[in-house]
Design a binder for this molecule. Structure first.
Ligand code: SF4
Length: 471
């Protein structure tokens, strides 16, 4: 999921600016896209299922009109929330005005909060947490002097990972949870407009100069009076940035916590080469996010890097599509091997991660069919052993191949000669030289930054199984 916002004092085509920024963030979500434009307090919004360019045709975009502020969102669909109705931003009218909310993340106490708010009279229409967050903020707003005060109070109730952009008639607010799990940064354009985005690559594409990351727990308010920052929730909890941002989620040209994602991935590849060396003729990367790590592996090992796989750029990322059937169909038409690179060669295939193993098994077969003599699979992420409760679609231990098989068994399933994962201790060195003080790596090591959601369906199921086994 990705959030994007723009704040200006002059009337301008802010819808088009958000449109181009969302394009740069499309890798973070492909199920739905939405934009809300604020023209002197009047909101115009449009959202639907689909990619940014599918949802926003020229006529739809122009129907949003001009404005001074705008927010946008791209979202990926988990199995319970892929419908059109769950598209964001969420727009709500309340007794003291109106508000648009765009969210990247997931609450661990969403069900409890929803129940609580329903008992207080709230009615919900979607399965997304942005609506729950809106409801909590609106409730606080009744007894608060300002929207930012209401947001600050609401944060005492919100548990989980969230990077938020909120828009009121007069203000744009950027908010990060106390652990700082999801990235969020802001910059400024030469015409003075401020841009807030999930990743710095969107700032660049919108012609904005990066200023800084929003700090964990911080609320930054952009208004006609200037920029104000509220730090009541800062330094309350240890920083725990999602380390999967460096490995997979973010774009390599983004900089998160003062560390280049591209360099972090190269570092992962170099550490992988040290941990799992093997004699080979060529190192290739699984496009797209395996390529940076493959370059790092090649540089560290001295084995030449080669272009071994070509990706059809018009197919979406397999990992974030809902449903196993859809995933398998897409893998079949997504990649083609470069025979000249791999034929009769001992090949090291570096992938960004191995979650379910579907893609990797298919790629190994493609390389075998293209004449590769040996195939050694290397994952620049550690083995996935736990679900993610914070908005990344790693939902069930049952589906995680490393949860149910040894490394040797995985190699056999893939038809590979060997498999190696990045050691868990190396994952905490990815952002070396940057500003981040701590990471969430719970899907690898089980050390969750927050309480686990007791209502989480899969978790409840797994608890029942383990309770039964204990008996
Ligand atoms: S559990 Fe994994 S994917 Fe989820 S926030 Fe933590 S590191 Fe990121």
């Amino acid at each position: 999921m990705a959030v994007l916002g723009i704040f200006g004092t002059e009337t301008a085509d802010v819808a088009s600016s958000i449109y181009y920024g969302l394009y740069a963030l499309q890798h973070r979500g492909q199920a739905s896209s939405g934009i809300v434009v604020n023209d002197d307090g009047v909101f115009h919004s449009y959202k639907d299922s689909g990619l940014v360019n599918e949802v926003f045709t020229p006529s739809v975009l122009s129907s949003l009109g001009l404005g001074q502020l705008a927010v946008g969102n791209v979202r990926y669909g988990t199995s319970d929330s892929k419908d059109r109705i769950n598209a964001e931003p969420v727009v709500v009218n309340h007794s003291k005005g109106k508000m648009a909310v765009s969210l990247d993340g997931k609450l661990v106490n969403g069900v409890e909060l929803k129940n609580e708010m329903e008992l207080k009279g709230s009615i919900f229409h979607t399965a997304n947490d942005a609506e729950i967050i809106s409801s909590v903020i609106i409730h606080e707003r009744i007894h608060s002097a300002s929207i930012e005060e209401a947001v600050c109070k609401a944060m005492y109730k919100l548990k989980g990972a969230y990077s938020l952009i909120l828009m009121s008639p007069q203000k744009l607010m950027a908010v990060r949870d106390e652990n700082g799990m999801k990235p969020l940064c802001y910059g400024q354009r030469s015409d003075g407009e401020y841009v807030v985005a999930s990743e710095s690559c969107a700032l660049t594409s919108m012609g904005a100069t990066f200023i800084r990351d929003i700090r964990p727990g911080e609320i930054v308010v952009f208004s006609k009076e200037g920029i104000r920052t509220i730090k009541d929730h800062c330094n309350q909890k240890p920083e725990r940035l999602c380390v999967f941002e460096y490995l997979y989620t973010a774009r390599p040209d983004s900089v998160i916590a003062n560390c280049s994602v591209h360099l972090a991935r190269k570092r992962a590849g170099a550490m992988l080469a040290k941990a799992h060396p093997v004699e080979a003729d060529v190192v290739i990367g699984a496009p797209d996010s395996g390529i940076d790590a493959a370059i790092g592996y090649a540089e560290q090992s001295g084995i030449p890097y080669g272009l071994g796989l070509i990706k059809n750029k018009y197919i979406g990322r397999t990992f974030i599509d809902p449903g196993q059937n859809v995933r398998e169909d897409k893998v079949k038409i997504k990649l083609n091997p470069v025979v000249e690179t791999v034929k009769n060669k001992r090949v090291i295939l570096v992938d960004d991660s191995i979650v379910r193993g579907t893609t990797c098994a298919r790629v190994v077969k493609l390389l075998r069919d293209a004449g590769a003599r040996e195939i050694h699979v290397r994952s620049s992420a550690p083995a996935f052993l736990n679900p993610c409760y914070y908005g990344t679609d790693i939902s069930s231990r049952k589906a995680l191949i490393a949860c149910n098989h040894t490394t040797e068994e995985i190699a056999k399933i893939f038809g590979a000669d060997s498999v190696g994962f990045l050691p868990i201790e190396d994952v905490f060195k990815l952002g070396e030289g940057g500003d981040c003080k701590g990471y969430c790596a719970a899907c690898f090591d089980g050390n969750y930054p927050t309480e686990e959601p007791v209502d989480y369906g899969v978790n409840k199921f797994e608890r029942k199984i383990s309770e039964r086994e204990e008996k």
